[in-house]
Design a protein around this ligand. Structure first.
Ligand SMILES: Cc1ncc(COP(=O)(O)O)c(C=O)c1O
Length: 393
């Protein structure tokens, strides 16, 4: 009999199942809107990063369709060889203007933007000061760089200062922090990080994936929120959350952008985003620049839902943004809670260890401009019912 060469995978999958860590992936059968069809059931959507409802916006779809008619469906090559089209450069110009920075460079995703920029800025013999709750793509980009990674306490400028003082053996240094933290919805103290960066002469980088389209004037992001324009050297963004499409970018100083065109490996060795994606992203910038209505609605919904959940007796943690954790403690309770929510017609994911620390399991609610007040009231009614049934409130 032929030896089964992938038996180890079967064993590892079984181990995940035994530990309750196996991820069950739900299938969406409708566009990303306030209500979605999940595994055939119509439910309220509280799982999406589609903060502004742009993923199925008529203007965005129109722009994508036109780009297909004008430019086709594929870029044909990696950007440095023959895949850079004028539409890619137009998006970069528009993003730089929107973010009020010197330049921007686009990538295929936010994840690949982090994999591109960190190894381009630091390498062996260098050091990265990283918030302990930074996103997986920052962690992977940092590991790829081969720089030493020193973690500081979450959102704690004092702790950052301490590790900077302790670590003196290095060539180059880099401070990296998420802007908005994706599991807790809290905001990095970017003004204080910029002060420390100035004081020690260290470049500072932020990943604004959940701040883009959410924080700052008209959704211009965390740098605008703290009014630290020109004091954050590198801003990574994603185009797959509030922008509603797909892609990522790095915005900031023109030298950083120029350097990434020479050294960013996902730019040099992976094909460019499609014309349709890029055109839709340009339409997203148009919509954000034309009106602050969607961002305003997102924040109205966020304030209303959070206040009412607190009134019902739920613990919404440290969140200051539309990412709203409903803290439940044990993972088994969080998973049971999510299941019951779904049975009642509400789709919100339970998160447990290892995604969040042990004993800090939660339901993560993602608020959006897509929901009407009636949707939010329906959701609050469901949370109240399930919370009582499971003795949480
Ligand atoms: C903080 C952060 N950075 C980067 C990413 C990756 O972005 P993308 O989905 O565009 O690859 C995410 C997505 O979950 C994120 O939350």
């Amino acid at each position: 009999m032929v030896q089964d060469r992938i038996e180890f995978i079967r064993e590892d999958i079984q181990a995940l199942q035994d530990q309750g860590l196996y991820i069950t992936i739900r299938t969406i059968g409708s566009p990303q809107e306030g209500w979605v069809t999940v595994d055939g059931q119509r439910v309220l959507n509280f799982c999406s990063n589609n903060y502004l409802g742009l993923a199925n916006h008529p203007r965005m779809k129109e722009a994508a369709k036109k780009a297909i008619d004008d430019l086709g469906v594929g870029p044909g090559a990696v950007r440095s060889i023959a895949g850079t089209m004028s539409i890619h450069l137009e998006l970069e110009k528009r993003l730089a203007e929107f973010k009020q920075v010197e330049g921007a460079i686009s990538f295929q995703s936010g994840f690949s933007a982090n994999l591109a920029v960190i190894p381009a800025l630091v390498g062996r013999g260098d050091i990265i000061f990283s918030d302990e709750l930074n996103h997986a793509s920052i962690i992977d980009g940092s590991r790829l760089s081969r720089a030493k990674i020193v973690r500081y306490e979450h959102c704690n400028p004092g702790s950052l200062r301490e590790v900077i003082e302790q670590e003196t053996e290095f060539r180059r240094r880099l401070i990296i922090s998420d802007g908005v933290f994706s599991m807790d919805g809290d905001i990095a103290p970017m003004d204080k990080l910029a002060d420390i960066a100035d004081e020690y002469g260290i470049p500072v980088m932020t990943d604004d994936a959940h701040g883009e389209g959410v924080l700052g004037r008209g959704g211009r992001g965390i740098v605008d929120h703290f009014d630290v324009h020109g004091r954050v050297d590198v801003e990574v963004g994603t185009l797959s959350k509030a922008f509603g499409v797909m892609g990522g970018y790095v915005a900031g100083r023109k030298e950083v952008v120029e350097w990434l065109r020479q050294q960013g490996r996902p730019f040099l060795f992976s094909s460019a985003s499609t014309p349709a994606d890029v055109a839709a992203c340009i339409a997203a910038v148009d919509l954000l620049e034309e009106s602050t209505e969607l961002v305003g609605r997102l924040w109205d919904n966020t304030r209303y839902f959070k206040t009412e959940m607190k009134n019902l007796g739920f613990d919404t943690g440290q969140s200051e943004t539309p990412i709203t954790p409903i803290m439940l403690g044990e993972a088994s309770l969080a998973f049971a809670f999510s299941k019951k929510l779904f049975e009642e017609g509400l789709f919100a994911m339970a998160l447990g260890f290892p995604t969040v620390p042990r004993g800090k399991a939660r339901i993560r609610v993602m608020l959006s401009a897509m929901h009407s007040r009636e949707d939010l009231d329906t959701a609050l009614g469901i949370f109240k019912k399930v919370g009582r049934e499971l003795d949480v409130v």
